[in-house]
Design a protein around this ligand. Sequence first.
Ligand code: MN
Length: 251
Amino acid sequence: MVEPHILVTNDDGVDAPGLQALAEAMLAFGAVDVVAPATNQSACGHKKTLFQDIVVRETRLANGINALAVGGSPADCISLTAMGLRPFPPRLIVSGINRGENMAQDLTYSGTVTAALEGALQAVPAVAFSLASRDAGDVADYAAAARVAQVVVRYVLARRLPPLTILNVNIPTGTPKGIRVTRQGLRIYLDKLVRNGDSVRIEGEPPTGILDEVGTDLWAVHHGYVSVTPIHLDMTAHRLIADVSGWDMEL
Ligand code: MN
């Protein structure tokens, strides 16, 4: 029997310490394939590179684990692997551990999460992991989060996930108080347009959000819990179907 292959990717790039910590943690479950973007792809959304050459380079993480560095997006890493870039199809996909949380409306921006969503599109169970710290600079900062990832993965391998779903996991810094299964909360973005000569850029403080609404991802992490949010790729606003039908749009 072929050992189960765990595919590890991220959006912070192949050199990121969170990727290394996650890859090492996954060795507990089987063979590990690391296929990650060559450069930082944070906030790339669900970008797919079509009809363009993508450079793939063999490399090695600082802990000695072999990896492929892909000149594309996190979703490219997943779809290419599902189509045969590596010799064995993955049994599970894990993405992260991202530097910084991915909660509420962040999910549409996050390459960490969209890599997992691409896994769901390819019918492979997938989990996204993010650490709620923007200061995490080396592998040791991700050690506790990597142990949380092991706990979640143990359950996902045993229980599986339904089609077109993923788990989005956000981990607080320090020792978590426990795990809470949550829904997406509401973000408040503080981006600003900054003019610089002929150019413009987006800057501003990190986003905040509604932190006191019990049961959301933002609430859980703010109160020291690991947040596990089941996410579905069906983005239909079911409650709006009746309303919009009532418009009686006609051609
Ligand atoms: Mn990132």
